[in-house]
Design a protein around this ligand. Structure first.
Ligand SMILES: Cc1cc2nc3c(=O)[nH]c(=O)nc-3n(C[C@H](O)[C@H](O)[C@H](O)COP(=O)(O)OP(=O)(O)OC[C@H]3O[C@@H](n4cnc5c(N)ncnc54)[C@H](O)[C@@H]3O)c2cc1C
Length: 281
């Protein structure tokens, strides 16, 4: 099934690697992470090549909800409990920097970028919302407790962050990739130190960034033993009520809401692959 993003834009195409090349940095994987990494390297004057297994943005990036927010569930109270206020502060700082960099990049690359507030809502746990707000106020962040949310089921309210964002991820990337050296249909089969082997050529690099989302190398870190795959879903719905802001359930198996023009993007139903989902009622 093709995502609404892929349906509404043709991304530029890039050749397959044929022969050997040399570069300072090889980025493996042409999703949001790899392409942004290559873009920033290039901007800093570093010679860089991206090798993508299929087409760019053919992985998760082409199927994302594409909200750009500093709010990932009730993360700040969790971080403060686990690592102290300093950990929550660092997380907020990193996310605010990322959000403002997206604002800057989206101004240069038209991509339906819009700013809206974002609210993490709860259906029953007011105490969890109050705890989150208490941590955020210690961090001097202008979040507020919001009530009367216009969602199609009862909630006890939510924590609202001002000036978060949403965009069309593939319109964004089509602007970003203009000056990059990218090889599509070029899966990296193996790495020997910093030399990559592909079907029709080798890439010699001084450094390698693996941005394949799920690591494809089994030697380093034994990640295949530590990670598991998860799946979640987004429906693009016409003729549905359009929310003015963005929403996310504080519970991991809840729903996510955003608009794109007059289309509602409704996310949810996440589950570990091969296991039955918990539903999102
Ligand atoms: C339903 C859903 C909704 C989401 N909503 C949001 C959201 O609202 N906001 C948000 O911030 N995040 C969201 N996310 C998460 C976000 O979309 C991902 O974190 C992000 O797109 C991951 O980008 P990536 O570049 O790491 O991975 P990918 O986009 O998967 O890119 C990895 C690339 O590596 C390539 N590759 C793999 N192996 C090789 C190899 N051996 N050689 C060469 N290339 C290889 C793949 O083909 C792929 O193109 C959502 C995710 C899902 C599933």
């Amino acid at each position: 099934m093709e995502s609404i993003w892929h349906k509404t834009i043709q991304l530029p195409q890039f050749p397959q690697l044929k022969g050997d090349v040399s570069t300072d940095v090889l980025v493996i994987g042409g999703g949001m992470a790899g392409l942004l990494c290559a873009y920033q390297l290039k901007k800093a004057g570093v010679d860089c090549v991206v090798a993508e297994r299929k087409r760019i943005a053919s992985g998760i990036t082409g199927n994302t909800t594409a909200k750009v927010t500093c709010q990932h569930g009730l993360i700040y109270s969790k971080l403060a409990k686990k690592g102290g206020l300093e950990a929550a502060k660092l997380y907020l700082q990193a996310n605010e920097e990322a959000l403002s960099e997206y604002r800057r990049l989206c101004a240069e690359n038209p991509c339906d970028f819009e700013e809206h507030s974002h609210t993490v809502y709860s259906r029953q746990d007011l105490h969890a919302l109050e705890e989150e707000l208490a941590v955020l106020s210690k961090l001097n962040y202008p979040a507020e407790l919001a009530g009367g949310l216009p969602l199609p089921f009862p909630t006890i309210g939510g924590i609202r962050f001002p000036r978060q964002a949403q965009f069309h991820p593939l319109k964004f990337l089509s602007g970003i990739v203009g000056n990059l050296t990218i090889y599509e249909n070029t899966p990296v089969q193996s790495l020997s130190k910093t030399e990559a082997v592909t079907e029709h050529g080798r890439i010699h690099a001084n450094a390698v960034v693996v941005a394949t989302h799920f690591p494809f190398l089994n030697k380093h870190g034994s990640y295949f033993l530590k990670l598991y795959q998860q799946r979640s879903y987004v429906l693009a719905l016409e003729n549905a009520p359009i929310p003015e802001e963005m929403y996310l359930d504080a519970q991991e198996n809840g729903l996510s809401f955003r608009s794109w023009g007059d289309i509602l993007l409704l996310g949810g139903g996440g589950h570990r692959t091969g296991k039955q989902g918990g539903g999102c009622a």
